[in-house]
Each structure stands twice: as structure tokens, then as C-alpha cells.
Design a protein. Structure first.
Ligand code: HEC
Ligand code: HEC
Length: 365
């Protein structure tokens, strides 16, 4: 994954004794996960979410160790080396990072909340490590809040050139509009309410969330639904009343003819002329939280690279969104995104050609 330190390659964590973690004792394993220190005092980069894992108590940590050692096939292959430039290749210096930023201590249940809320808070803050993508990061790459005591917690962040949106109670781009039951069902398949997850959230759903029990999914949804809105300056969704027009505050008054034309030729066959999509197949764009969020990193990246909706045991089959990098210019991508952010009741800031050009240069695409 890319980080401000450079490109970091994740380690071989199969139980191979030479290349993986097969020689780790339980104490070595727990220390690496909770403190980010591997045997030989090797400091791990904070791209590994050890600050979140520090909240995992011994019972779950031992279960995880037993699984990693006995349930995973060893792979005798070295992970490619991580190349980060000086001074970030000086791993010892990460000790100072830990001193300044890493809060430690296991998850403490809150007695002013019931068991379901506490289960959700524990899963989200620790093993789910939702904050490593969804919480904004500060100048030192630290997450600006590791639990609900911070109003920045899960307020939306960019990581690895994907923007993971606000999961707080805001009704524009946050989770304020849906119910707890809808959210629990959405997390299981990555589909629901006419939208589909994309980008790095696809792996999260396919690799982790689909395997959670319904009780755990409901606990997560319950906890997230109690996070208050931030009042962020995000876009809004105001579906038009039957008569009259809705006053736009952020989208341009007159959507450009280019944006509408690109949409009609390249997008409407799947997302439909009125932006409603086709449920469980092609996501709707009207009223879609991801389309109106203030940060447009994920929208631009998805158009440039394309993507796939998640495929899970209980969800609809995978569908592809094509890549437009060789087909549309930076200007056309900006125009079509501005068009979808300002149509069908969506009201969000325009996207500029330079927004597109600067992300494309970071992605080298
Ligand atoms: C590896 C990074 C990553 C992790 C970890 C992650 N997410 Fe996401 N998530 C994203 C990205 C990127 C998006 C934006 C794309 C989209 O809307 O599907 C997203 C979107 C979402 C959405 C859709 C929001 C919307 O308004 O469209 C929900 C809900 C969500 N994540 C919940 C969670 C929860 C709960 C966790 C922890 C259990 C979590 N995510 C962990 C990256 C991540
Ligand atoms: C062949 C069908 C197809 C075409 C053509 C297409 N898309 Fe998509 N689009 C999809 C699919 C499938 C997804 C879900 C991708 C995922 O989950 O990774 C998607 C996702 C999206 C999303 C994210 C919304 C969400 O909730 O997942 C946006 C924004 C988007 N498309 C915009 C566009 C624009 C703009 C165009 C035209 C330039 C376009 N699409 C063309 C199929 C298509």
C-alpha cells in the first residue's frame, strides 16, 4: 500500500518458519499485533493497524494465534522488500512515533451503554480497524481519534489513494439516512439501498465482513448509528418535489453540455438516464452518499481504473465498472463527475480538470 512514508509491502503472515511467523511464540505474536514490534525489536510501520489491535483482549488474541498457527497453510516465499526513502527507512525512529501517537490499553466497556453497543464499539475500534481507512489522518499519519470520544473518529479519510467516507450521522454523505437494519444487511454483502461498495471497501466486505454473524453485524450497525453528525461541509441530496425546482447551493447552476453528453454516451446504459441504476446490479448515482462527498479522490480513481462490485456468498454476482483512463480525457472525467454531482437532486461541489490530473499523476495512470 502507498503511504506518506513510501510504498509499504505487507509481510508474509502464514506460519512458515523461515519466511512467515511460524517461529513466533504467543508473546511475540501479541506484541507485534498490539505494539507493532516484531521479534528482533523490528518496528512495524503504522500502516499495520497495531494501535487498533492494542484493544484486543487475551481471549481473542489467543484464538487468533491458534488460528494463524494451525488453520492457515504455510507459504515458503519471502514478501518483496519494502522500499521507503530516508529518513523513513530508519525503523528505529518509529519508536518516537509510538511514544507520541500510540495510545495503548485494551478495550474498556462503557457502563452507560448496553452489551450490544459495547460489542459493536469493540469490533469497530479493534479488529475491524474501520478507522485506519475512515478516520482522517494528521500530519504524523496518526488517526485523528481512535474511538468515539473524538469528533473526527470515522469522519472520512484518504488512505492509499481511496477516500473512505464519513460513517457518522450526517444525512448528506454520512450514514444518517438509512436504518440500523439496512446498514447491518449492507455490510454483509456490500450491496443495498441501490448502492454497492467499491475501491478498498470491496476487500473489506469480501475478506472480512461477509463472515461476521448477524449479531455482530447488528452490533456494528448499532454502534455506528450512535455516532453524532459532524456537520461536515459535504454535498447534500434534495430530491426534487413534484413541482418546482430545488435551489442548488454547491453544484453549478447550469450543468455543462459536455458532462451530460459524456454521461449519455458512456454511463447511462448501466446507471440509467435518471441516475437510478438497477438494484443489485448497477448502483444508483442519485442520492448516493459516495457521489456527493466533499472529497472526490475515490470517484476520480474509480473512473480512471474501473472496479468490481463485491461478490459474497449471500449477495448478487460481481459486476464490472469499466476503466475510462484511455477513453476519456481529464477534462471529460471532471465534467461527467460534475454532472453526476449536480443532477437528480445531488448538490455537491464541481470537480476540476486539475483535481483529475493531480490524482492521475499520483496513480501513474
Ligand atoms: C481498507 C480500507 C477500509 C477499511 C478497513 C474499511 N473501509 Fe469502509 N470504505 C472504504 C472505502 C474506500 C469506501 C468508499 C467506497 C464506497 O463507498 O464503497 C468505504 C465505504 C464504506 C461504507 C459505505 C459508505 C457510504 O456512505 O457509501 C460503509 C458503510 C463502510 N465503508 C463501513 C465500514 C466499516 C463498518 C468498517 C470496519 C468494520 C470499514 N468500513 C472498514 C475503505 C475501508
Ligand atoms: C458496464 C456498466 C457500467 C458503465 C458503462 C458505467 N458504470 Fe459506473 N458502476 C458500474 C458498476 C458495476 C459499479 C459498482 C462498482 C464497484 O462496486 O466496484 C459502478 C460504480 C460507479 C460509481 C460508484 C457508486 C457506487 O455506489 O458504487 C460511480 C460514481 C460510477 N459508477 C460512475 C460512472 C460514470 C460517471 C460512468 C460513465 C463515465 C460509469 N459509471 C459507467 C457499472 C458501470
Amino acid at each position: 500500500m502507498t503511504s506518506p512514508f513510501g510504498t509499504i509491502v505487507s509481510s508474509n503472515i502464514t506460519p512458515d518458519r523461515q519466511f512467515g511467523i511460524g517461529a513466533y511464540s504467543y508473546a511475540d505474536f501479541a506484541r507485534a499485533l498490539r505494539e507493532g514490534i516484531a521479534p528482533g525489536n523490528k518496528r512495524l510501520y503504522p500502516a499495520m493497524p497495531y494501535v487498533s489491535f492494542s484493544k484486543v483482549p487475551d481471549g481473542d488474541m489467543r484464538a487468533l494465534y491458534a488460528y494463524m498457527m494451525n488453520g492457515v497453510q504455510p507459504v515458503a516465499k519471502p514478501a518483496p522488500p519494502t522500499h521507503v526513502p530516508f529518513p523513513f527507512n530508519q525503523r528505529w525512529a518509529l519508536a518516537f512515533w509510538d511514544l507520541v501517537f500510540a495510545p495503548s490499553g485494551q478495550f474498556q466497556p462503557r457502563f452507560d451503554h448496553d452489551a450490544q453497543w459495547n460489542r459493536g464499539a469493540y469490533l469497530v475500534q479493534s479488529l475491524g480497524h474501520c478507522g485506519s481507512c475512515h478516520t482522517p489522518r494528521g500530519a504524523g499519519y496518526q488517526e485523528r481519534g481512535y474511538d468515539d470520544s473524538s469528533s473526527n473518529y470515522l469522519a472520512g479519510g484518504v488512505n492509499d489513494n481511496w477516500y473512505a467516507p464519513n460513517l457518522r450521522g450526517d444525512t448528506g454523505s454520512g450514514l444518517g439516512r438509512g436504518s440500523q437494519d439496512e446498514l447491518a444487511a449492507f455490510l454483509k454483502t456490500g450491496h443495498g439501498a441501490g448502492i454497492a461498495v467499491f475501491g478498498s471497501m470491496v476487500e473489506t466486505v469480501e475478506g472480512s465482513l461477509q463472515y461476521l454473524s448477524n449479531d455482530d453485524l447488528h452490533a456494528i450497525a448499532r454502534y455506528l448509528k450512535t455516532l453524532p453528525a459532524t456537520g461536515a461541509a459535504d454535498g447534500q441530496y434534495k430530491p426534487s418535489p413534484q413541482s418546482g425546482t430545488v435551489e442548488k447551493t454547491r453544484a453549478p447552476d447550469k450543468p455543462s453540455a459536455t458532462g451530460a453528453a459524456v454521461y449519455a454516451s458512456f454511463c447511462a446504459q448501466c446507471h440509467q438516464a435518471n441516475g437510478t441504476g438497477i438494484p443489485q446490479t448497477f448502483p444508483k448515482l442519485a442520492g448516493n452518499q459516495a457521489v456527493i462527498s466533499e472529497d472526490t479522490t475515490s470517484l476520480i480513481r474509480l473512473l480512471v481504473e474501473g472496479g468490481n462490485s463485491p461478490a459474497t456468498a449471500n449477495g448478487p454476482p460481481r459486476q464490472a465498472m469499466p476503466a475510462f483512463s484511455g477513453i476519456l480525457t481529464d477534462g471529460q472525467i471532471a465534467e461527467v463527475l460534475t454532472f453526476i454531482r449536480g443532477s437528480w437532486g445531488n448538490d455537491a461541489r464541481p470537480v476540476t480538470t486539475s483535481n483529475v490530473a493531480s490524482l492521475r499523476s499520483k496513480l501513474h495512470k
